[in-house]
Design a protein around this ligand. Structure first.
Ligand code: FES
Ligand SMILES: [Fe+2]
Length: 379
């Protein structure tokens, strides 16, 4: 194992937050550092790859890129979700070139080899000469299957672990699931996705998501909704950076979406927001379940897809369509407000005089924790 950062950088990150420094500029401004993260961090951990509700029927196939790797999410005939590298085992052509609905097989455009939805080779046209077709034989080592990628699912979320060596997904999700006590995710159905891009490194973009400090300065609408006195910085638990904020009763009485049934404890009177390393943010709200999927597009550009889930049948009830449209607009506006400050951080990190910064101890524990998780994951 080699250490990427200098000992001075590592020591400064490990200092108490009052005197600690964050990651050096290179971690945000260097395309090479994103390459390193793609080879290490994003391959070693469980990464959110998509929604089961994006491939609802047998034979549905969705193309995704994770850590620069082309993948396909496949809904098999047996109902299982599987993930494969999007490459033909013959001569390495990209095998799926557009998302598919109800496909019966996966066929390559180049020499028309076909594969079953669960991976095994089905047939090779003209393999033994003109007109001499060959069927795939499961027991024959020269009949290659599609190359599988380790995947597991939780609620509607599909996760992949590219290097295959992470612990079980349940272990990765453990801190997040602990925070779901009293909150029944199974009541929530997929409703909408809000898409956006930020001109900032993925770490700056996700740090900003969990930065409660800036709400008073950047988000006028959210600022009115959140009780200022109840705001705290983030707490940390293993790979989770999180906080809760409480509601008074009137807030929920004014909620236009159905409140989930049988909420208990903290889930009844508060919202939870958590950043699960590397780049998935999750919120449990009495009327919504939210997944923010952040994905680096380049060292200085990040895509976000916010998947909104709602309870009480509102996802498909036309009476709630306007409310959902308004909710989408609210999050688009919020992204717009964050867009500029994320860009300012990206521009600022080009300044050589910046030394990793100073933290505000009350608010910035999450940001320092993220720096430590990154350091551990690229070593
Ligand atoms: S590369 Fe796919 S069949 Fe030849
Ligand atoms: Fe923000």
């Amino acid at each position: 194992m080699t250490q990427h950062f200098s000992q001075e950088v590592l020591d400064n990150i490990q200092n108490p937050i009052e005197t600690a420094r964050g990651l050096p500029n290179e971690a945000f401004t260097s395309p090479g550092f994103l390459d390193l993260e793609n080879r290490t961090l994003f391959r070693r951990h469980w990464v959110f790859a998509g929604r089961k509700s994006e491939i609802p029927n047998f034979g549905d196939i969705k193309m995704v890129d994770i850590a620069d790797q082309p993948l396909i999410l496949v809904h098999g005939k047996d109902g299982e979700v599987r993930v494969f590298y999007n490459v033909c085992p013959h001569r390495g052509a990209q095998i799926v070139t557009e998302d598919r609905a109800s496909a019966r097989v996966i066929a390559c455009k180049y020499h028309a080899w076909t594969f079953e939805l669960n991976g095994p080779l089905r047939g090779r046209a003209h393999f033994d000469g003109p007109g001499k077709h060959a069927k795939g034989k499961a027991e024959d080592p020269n009949c290659p299957s599609l190359f599988p990628v380790r995947c597991e699912t939780w609620h509607d979320a599909i996760f992949v672990n590219l290097d295959g060596n992470a612990g079980p997904l349940a272990e990765h999700l453990d801190p997040l699931i602990e925070q779901a006590e009293g909150f029944d995710l199974s009541q929530f159905e997929y409703a909408r996705t809000v898409k956006g891009t930020f001109d900032s490194n993925w770490k700056l973009t996700v740090e900003n998501w969990s930065d409660v400090y800036h709400v008073f300065a950047v988000h006028p609408t959210l600022n009115k909704m959140m009780d200022e006195q109840a705001r705290t910085g983030m707490l940390t638990d293993r790979n989770l950076i999180y906080c809760r904020w409480g509601y008074d009763e009137s807030t929920l009485e004014n909620e236009a979406l159905p409140i989930a049934q049988n909420l208990t404890g903290a889930a009844k009177t508060s919202s939870f927001m958590g950043h699960l390393f590397p780049a998935l943010c999750v919120s449990y709200h009495p009327a919504m379940l939210l997944f923010w999927d952040y994905k680096p597009l380049a060292h200085d550009r990040t895509q976000v897809k916010l998947h909104i889930y709602v309870a009480g049948g509102a996802a498909s009830d036309p009476d709630f369509a306007d409310v959902l449209d308004q909710r989408v607009q609210y999050y688009l506006d919020l992204n717009g407000e964050d867009d500029e400050v994320c860009r300012l951080m990206q521009v600022g990190r080009r300044a050589d005089g910046y030394d990793g910064g100073r933290f505000a101890p009350y608010w910035d524990k999450g940001t320092l924790h993220l720096a430590k998780l990154v350091v551990d994951s690229v070593s």
